[in-house]
Design a binder for this molecule. Structure first.
Ligand SMILES: [Ca+2]
Ligand SMILES: [Ca+2]
Length: 280
């Protein structure tokens, strides 16, 4: 008798659940955000369906915030992500880049769910996620030269490639560099660039060189200096799309031991594409 009762109760229970589950599944994020440091590695953002559905669900999202795509973080699961038929959970994955840039402010990654597939609807009150990425780089006795750039919020900085050099023996004629010797370089093919100059390195007149190595977009960039008497001293400048292949020289910085003759503001000198090719 009691077995029959339980069996009937089960039918009633499942019957109610089916009634509640009529209509589309709701898509939501399980968290509204958090805070990590640059050394965090991979960050997982969980996307939930209120119930599984019988078809694959594509979920589109957009990225924004002050953090730069492919400079501060990479996306391991590009939009749209897909939740397989029968499953109710998906994951958006970021890889935080543990770069060497000294940053004066924390960076933010903003993620917003935009649209979902058939049989689903978006829970708009649980569709945004903000991750704060805290810098873990500090100034030491060296001169740190950091080159960062952006092409707009959420845009991939690898759509252009900028590189960073220190040069000596720079000859300038009519505001154009006609000759130079490259002392050292930072030439990543992806992400930002950073160089260090130590007190033990040769005393000389150095120029900081920002090269627009490849790309076809207008790009705003920032040179930031720390150490040798500098504290987050930023120079903002830009290249036009037509300046791809050119380089900009800033200086001179007259090094003597662990001090640099300061030059404010930095003066920019352009180089010809020929010189850029020559100095690479
Ligand atoms: Ca950093
Ligand atoms: Ca580069």
């Amino acid at each position: 008798m009691s077995v029959i009762f339980l069996f009937m109760a089960s039918i009633v229970f499942y019957g109610c659940k089916d009634d509640d589950n009529n209509g589309p599944a709701t898509v939501s994020l399980s968290s509204s955000g958090g805070t990590v440091t640059e050394s965090q590695g991979t960050v997982y953002v969980t996307v939930n369906l209120s119930k599984s559905v019988s078809t694959n669900t594509e979920i589109y999202y957009e990225l924004g915030g002050t953090a730069s795509l492919d400079g501060d973080y990479r996306v391991k699961t590009p939009s749209p992500i897909s939740i397989a038929a029968g499953s109710a959970t998906g994951t958006i994955q970021f890889e935080i880049i543990d770069e060497s840039i000294i940053e004066s402010t924390d960076e933010k990654i903003e993620l917003t769910l935009k649209s979902t597939g058939a049989n689903t609807t978006l829970n708009s009150s649980k569709s945004t996620y903000e991750l704060v990425v805290q810098d873990n780089d500090v100034s030491d006795g060296d001169l740190h030269i950091d080159l960062t750039w952006n092409l707009g919020e959420g845009k991939d900085i690898d759509d252009v490639n900028l590189d960073l050099y220190l040069a000596t023996n720079v000859t300038i004629s009519d505001n154009t560099v006609t000759d130079a010797t490259l002392y050292k370089s930072s030439k990543n093919s992806t992400g930002f660039e950073t160089l260090k100059l130590q007190g033990s390195e040769p005393d000389d007149e150095y120029y900081i060189v920002v090269a627009y190595t490849s790309g076809n977009k207008d790009v705003s960039f920032t040179l930031n200096l720390n150490g040798f008497g500098y504290t987050n001293e930023a120079t903002n400048d830009s290249f036009k799309s037509s300046e791809s292949g050119y380089a900009a020289f800033y200086g001179p910085l007259k090094k003597s031991g662990s001090t640099l003759g300061r030059m404010k503001p930095f003066i920019r000198y352009k180089s010809s594409p020929d010189l850029h090719t020559h100095t690479e």
